[in-house]
Design a protein around this ligand. Structure first.
Ligand code: AMP
Length: 255
């Protein structure tokens, strides 16, 4: 089994229409790379449920509201390639910015309800960037199913509702959060934490899962040195985003 790299939308579209793939079930896992076991769980599910699995690796500049965050975002393509081979990924879509954004981002997808809450309040323009790139990727890849992690629960909801609103012919599959042994949700950004910060970070999921209320949790997080963007309970789920040093962490748990 080989893992083929496709770096242009036109090349992928030709492959998708080829006799090999035209009538096959295609599973798609969009990522920004720096792959870890969280991504692997989505990929494994796609491989099990479809004839072919495509992942994309693209650090999407339009969803970053902070230039330093974009510049520091981990990029580990060789390692990602090795893991993709091990997981039997068939294709890695690895596009250039100019190919995806030939319009230079003059067209965008905006949402006016859910995207204005939680992370949307603290990251202006973030979800416009996410929805726009996911719409482009789904239109290019034309998958049967696309897999999204519940770690980014607000993002998953926005994407599922976008696909419904625009009659997009794809099934959006939510996947459970994968956590480290101490409970911290796996994230590409975790490798940016210092050893000390990584130890403090384990308090974040533990406090979210506690019986305390959001106000009490915010107070304790701040005492531990976190800068808190929000802790909010909505419809049986507790959502939170915090900063530890220069790294932003998000998480959510069922309550
Ligand atoms: P990213 O590369 O961070 O954009 O993530 C790509 C996909 O993997 C998104 O659908 C994420 O929600 C999902 N994902 C990232 N981390 C995890 C995790 N710890 N558990 C489950 N899914 C995850």
């Amino acid at each position: 089994m080989t893992t083929r790299i496709v770096d242009s939308a036109a090349e992928w579209k030709a492959i998708r229409k080829s006799p090999e793939l035209i009538s096959k079930k295609i599973g798609f896992v969009p990522t920004m790379g720096a792959l870890h076991k969280g991504h692997a769980s989505l990929i494994e599910r796609s491989v099990a449920e479809n004839d072919y699995t495509v992942i994309s690796i693209f650090v999407n500049p339009t969803q970053f509201d902070n230039p330093e965050d974009l510049q520091k975002y981990p990029r580990t393509f060789e390692k990602d390639m090795d893991l993709s081979k091990k997981l039997n990924v068939d294709f890695i879509f690895y596009p250039w910015y100019n190919d995806l954004y030939s319009d230079n981002y003059s067209y965008k997808v905006s949402e006016n309800n859910i995207s204005k809450t939680l992370c949307g309040t603290h990251r202006p323009g973030h979800f416009d960037g996410v929805l726009t790139v996911v719409m482009k990727l789904l239109n290019i890849i034309s998958p049967t199913r696309a897999y999204f992690g519940e770690k980014d629960y607000q993002q998953y909801k926005l994407i599922a509702k976008m696909c419904k609103a625009f009659f997009m012919d794809v099934e959006i599959i939510p996947c459970k959060i994968v956590r480290d042994d101490d409970g911290l949700a796996l994230s590409s950004r975790n490798i940016l934490l210092s050893n000390e910060e990584r130890i403090v970070a384990q308090n974040f999921p533990q406090l979210l899962q506690s019986k305390k209320n959001p106000a009490e949790i915010i107070k304790e997080l701040e005492q531990l040195g976190f800068k808190v963007d929000y802790v909010e309970d909505i419809e049986g789920r507790r959502f939170s985003a915090v900063h530890i040093g220069k790294v932003r962490l998000i998480d959510n748990v069922e309550i």
